[in-house]
Design a protein around this ligand. Structure first.
Ligand SMILES: [Zn+2]
Length: 324
């Protein structure tokens, strides 16, 4: 479908009867129906390669477009095109970020642990970013590729492992941005450009994967920068963001156990045997027992059986509702 056709058809094709977030029960029934309709529409337009035939992924796109099928289909089609152009399908195998050790010195970031509900936690220490030095050890194109590779790893490795560990479906992460010391020196033009590029890639291609974002150590300097960035954010994304000052610890501990937080954020974890929390990639995705479960074909059948049973349950609910 061309972009023009996309915009023409976007008008008013929200599935009739979809009431977003009215109640858990209504969502339980309507979401599978919406996904089914969306899936049929994608198949009809030859937009559903087998590797993306994933109901949860389709639901994320529907949510991002408020259950408007045509808008979601356009977003999906753009995503498929971007993935082909960018090489996202093979980036886990064919991109090697050999400069990671040096990059972490000038842009400290990591996936580390899970929140109390089992979601992976992603941490960035933005105040410690040194863009001049970063650009001496890598390029912005390579950095963007690394970011996409990490996102792909989260979707295909971290989230499935977290789902097994928490015994429920986990499809989003919690992010902590430590902005202590963020000022103009961190947000020179190349930094702003990279941040905007990453933001666009994430919004367009990985919608609804952020559950909650904590911005901590926000001082007056940061608030100035924040007010400049905020208008560029999707309103739904903006609503998930909590901006906290230096007394952030008790707020974080409501959502994260102390043992899952690195010591530099007031937690008790140091990952001393693994080169520190920034390098450890601590989480259920490193647990060999979980990795074994993920790799067992029999376990996949069990997961599929569970999904079929859940769908049947939804179907029965729909029948019951229609016969009332
Ligand atoms: Zn740690």
């Amino acid at each position: 479908m061309s972009d023009k056709e996309c915009s023409l058809q976007q008008a008013e094709s929200t599935i009739s009867g979809i009431r977003v977030a009215d109640s858990e029960d209504v969502r339980d029934i309507e979401e599978p129906m919406a996904v089914h309709t969306f899936r049929q529409a994608l198949i009809l337009d030859n937009l559903l390669p087998s590797r993306h035939d994933d109901n949860h992924m389709m639901l994320r796109f529907l949510n991002a477009r408020k259950f408007n099928i045509e808008k979601a289909k356009c977003m999906w089609s753009d995503m498929l095109r971007w993935r082909k152009d960018f090489g996202a399908d093979t980036i886990l195998e064919d991109f090697h970020f050999n400069e990671l050790d040096e990059v972490l010195l000038y842009y400290p970031q990591c996936y580390h642990g899970v929140d109390k509900e089992g979601r992976p936690i992603y941490i960035e220490r933005l105040g410690k970013v040194d863009m001049y030095k970063l650009m001496q050890v890598t390029t912005s194109d390579r950095y963007v590729k690394y970011h996409v590779q990490e996102f792909e790893k989260t979707l295909s490795v971290r989230l499935p492992a977290c789902s097994i560990a928490a015994n429920k479906y986990i499809d989003a992460s919690m992010t902590i941005l430590d902005v202590q010391g963020v000022g103009l020196k961190n947000l020179i033009k190349p930094a702003r450009e990279v941040i905007m590029r990453l933001q666009k890639i994430d919004n367009d291609n990985y919608p609804e994967t952020l559950h909650r974002l904590f911005i901590i150590n926000a001082g007056p300097g940061f608030r100035l920068v924040w007010s400049a960035i905020r208008p560029f954010l999707d309103p739904n994304t903006a609503s998930k963001i909590n901006v906290l000052g230096t007394n952030y610890k008790s707020a974080l501990l409501e959502f994260v156990d102390q043992s899952e937080l690195p010591d530099f954020l007031g937690g008790s974890c140091t990952c001393a045997n693994e080169g520190g929390c920034l390098r450890s990639d601590k989480g259920p995705w490193k647990d060999q027992n979980i990795v074994k479960v993920r790799n067992k074909p029999r376990s996949m059948s069990a997961i599929k059986l569970l999904l079929i049973l859940t769908s049947l349950q939804h179907f029965r609910k729909v029948l019951r509702l229609q016969s009332m």
